[in-house]
Design a protein around this ligand. Sequence first.
Ligand code: XBP
Ligand code: MG
Length: 240
Amino acid sequence: MCASRLEALILDVDGTLADTERDGHRPAFNAAFREAGLDWQWDEALYGELLEVTGGKERIRHFAQTRQPDFTRRPDYDEFVAALHRAKTRHYVAAVAGGSIPLRPGVARLLREARAAGLRLAIATTTTPENVAALLVPALGADLMSLFEVVGAGDVVPAKKPAPDIYLWVLERLGLAAASCLAFEDSENGLRAALGAGVPALVTPSGYTRGQCFTGALAVLPDLGGVGLEEIELLQRGQV
Ligand code: XBP
Ligand code: MG
């Protein structure tokens, strides 16, 4: 049911606003492993497989369980993973805060158009909250960043995408029905999360997610370049 008037855009971050995984998150994980004296190296292909698990801590645990089982028997395993992930976040923030990863085509323009048209903006991401501002402020400026009314990120919900929890958390804070919102996602996991919460979704696949299954998406577009707000409103109303 997509017939309600569009009131808010809910945006995923990694892959959707910027293609952050290969050259942002992946090197930050590797830097944290090196710093901790581990010889783990996540190359591009392996990282593509590991992305099936959303969330950095969850991804490290999945890697350890499936490829380094001895490591999981360390008495300090939980704290070690948490410390590794804190280091990864520090490396990621330092790398992207300088503006090293640009926004994808059309993103900044669409956000400005949406605000000018009175639409509300929110974020629904599995990544750590400080990563969101570090990525977006250099590209959008603090002003536009502050226009995101609700930022749902990281561990505010226990179950990460593809669970619908982060979308339900954001919807509750916006005080809006799912059908009056539109989600922007780049991955199958993200699409499942949005649809699971009843939010119609538009998909712009990213480097690692091209070829995934996007059944149920309102539309699958190469990117947001050239897509105007009017077209987005028509899509949300099911008129395209
Ligand atoms: C993004 C992610 C994130 C990042 C890592 O998924 O899976 O986990 O890779 O971020 P989505 P953290 O775009 O579907 O939200 O290390 O901060 O968890
Ligand atoms: Mg994503």
